[in-house]
Write a protein that binds this ligand. Structure first.
Ligand code: INI
Length: 197
């Protein structure tokens, strides 16, 4: 048996998308800055014109899952970081937005097999939001660490997942890998092993 865990080195070949809600951009722009700082200090080229990170701005948290899903389906990214700030007000609006964005991100990650990072602050006040976006700490940094870890982990798991994928296909079951990393990556020895099972 083996132990798999994400590493924070060898990040230079990964591609990330960062989807950011403009709503409460006083907060989300600071989360983004924390995220970029972390990625850059782990060897990722964060320039907008570079080849490693794409930035996609959407109106608010509610729109994040739709765009993240389209990006995930492109299979062009090792992880997608979703950044938003949902702040409780006087009405139930908070619950609808927070509920939809969290459900949408979770569902998209499970359906596509692409790691989506839930970088959405759900807080009671702007003060709480700002404390988490730079005043006390910057959660943007943590979200970037999560993305680096998951990108690395999924990369390491691919050969294992490819074997499971081939086996599932033999049984007529659903694929577990995104199409971009399907059976072409299965070592030949393992291919025949999964065919025989
Ligand atoms: N969007 C947020 O990202 N955070 C919020 O706190 C918020 N509130 O409270 O209204 C919010 N609303 C906008 C929503 O995400 C959509 O952009 C809008 O409803 C249009 O679909």
């Amino acid at each position: 048996m083996a132990v798999f865990e994400g590493k924070f080195t060898h990040s230079a070949s990964f591609r990330f998308a960062i989807v950011i809600g403009r709503f409460n951009d006083l907060v989300t722009s600071k989360l983004l800055a924390g995220c970029q700082d972390c990625l850059q200090r782990h060897g990722v080229d964060t320039h907008e014109t570079g080849s490693q990170v794409d930035y996609i701005w959407v109106p608010g948290g509610f729109e994040i899952p739709l765009v993240a899903r389209q990006l995930a389906l492109s299979h062009g990214y090792d992880a997608i970081i979703c950044l938003g700030a949902v702040i409780r007000g006087q009405t139930p609006h908070f619950d609808y937005v927070a509920g939809e964005v969290s459900k949408g991100i979770a569902a998209t990650s499970l359906q596509t097999g692409v790691p989506l990072i839930f970088g959405i602050l759900t807080v009671d006040s702007m003060q709480q939001a700002l404390e988490r976006a730079g005043i006390k700490s910057n959660k943007g940094w943590d979200f970037a660490m999560n993305a680096l870890e998951m990108a690395s982990l999924m990369h390491q798991l691919r050969p294992q997942l490819a074997v499971a994928d081939a086996s599932n296909q033999n049984l007529g079951e659903a694929a577990v890998l995104p199409p971009s990393v399907s059976s072409a990556q299965i070592p030949n020895a393992l291919k025949s092993e999964s065919n025989n099972s």
